[in-house]
Design a protein around this ligand. Structure first.
Ligand code: FE2
Length: 258
């Protein structure tokens, strides 16, 4: 059994809620698909928790933004990444500060696992965004209708199962192409031998599918389970509103799940 988290976005309340749920289920292995930081008020705390709890993490565009430069960011997202960098640079605690920077600096763009899940041998790729552009490409549910060619081309880069985050909208893409939100799957996607899937695991710290609960998945045997959890977003909202450099929209969207 393992859990996969993504897009924490410096939201400590959501992350602690998700980690508690993972512990309660007795899951010991956690993988992270990036965007640990950006938008939210607790970058250092979230980095420290992911460093401690996740077996590995891949690079997200917001991690990249803090480490190198924001790429295609709107003004508010860019401001948040500059604020995050400033907070990380002005930390008094030098060893922890260095540890966080080297964690970000060492993040890879993709990871692959070959594993026996139930009766099947499964190849799983893990990236932040998409199998062909691992840091920056958005795969939206609507793409299956508005740009089916794009989705078909993406599936050329998928060997069997590819886990992604980035859009903050959970669900499973199949190569028809088709998209199934978790509720249409009964919250479980069964991995089978002859079906490719791109599985978006949703966002821990900033869900955007009109459901404000934190999202993650865990894999047990050949089943991918989509989980949603209520958390204390009001506390996160208050923290964001108290920081001048963080746009109030980053707070409002947590309540609305957008
Ligand atoms: Fe993100």
């Amino acid at each position: 059994m393992f859990a996969v988290l993504s897009d924490i976005h410096s939201n400590l309340e959501a992350l602690t809620t998700v980690l508690a749920d993972i512990k309660k289920r007795g899951i010991e292995t956690i993988y992270c698909l990036g965007d640990v930081v950006g938008y939210g008020p607790n970058p250092r705390e979230c980095l420290d928790m992911i460093i401690e709890k996740a077996r590995w993490c891949v690079l997200g565009n917001h991690d990249y933004a803090v480490l190198y430069e924001p790429t295609n960011f709107n003004y508010a997202a860019e401001q948040a990444s500059f604020w995050t960098r400033e907070v990380m640079e002005t930390s008094e605690d030098k060893p922890n500060c260095d540890r966080r920077w080297s964690f970000l600096g060492d993040l890879q763009m993709r990871k692959t696992l070959k594993s026996k899940l139930g009766a099947n041998i499964v190849i799983m790729d893990f990236v932040h965004a998409s199998p062909r552009r691992p840091i920056n490409e958005y795969i939206f549910p609507d793409d299956v209708y508005t740009n089916p060619l794009k989705v078909r081309l993406l599936f050329e880069r998928v060997r069997h199962i590819c886990f992604v985050g980035h859009t903050h909208m959970p669900g499973a893409f199949l190569d028809e192409p088709d998209f199934y939100p978790p509720n249409e799957l009964g919250n479980v996607y069964p991995i089978i031998d002859d079906e490719k899937a791109i599985i978006n695991i949703g966002s821990v710290g900033q869900p955007r599918d009109k459901d404000n609960r934190a999202s993650y998945v865990y894999v047990n045997e050949n089943e991918v389970h989509f989980v949603r959890l209520e958390y204390d977003f009001e506390t996160t909202m208050k923290k964001i509103k108290a920081i001048e450099e963080l746009d109030n929209f980053h707070a409002e969207r947590l309540r609305d799940g957008r």
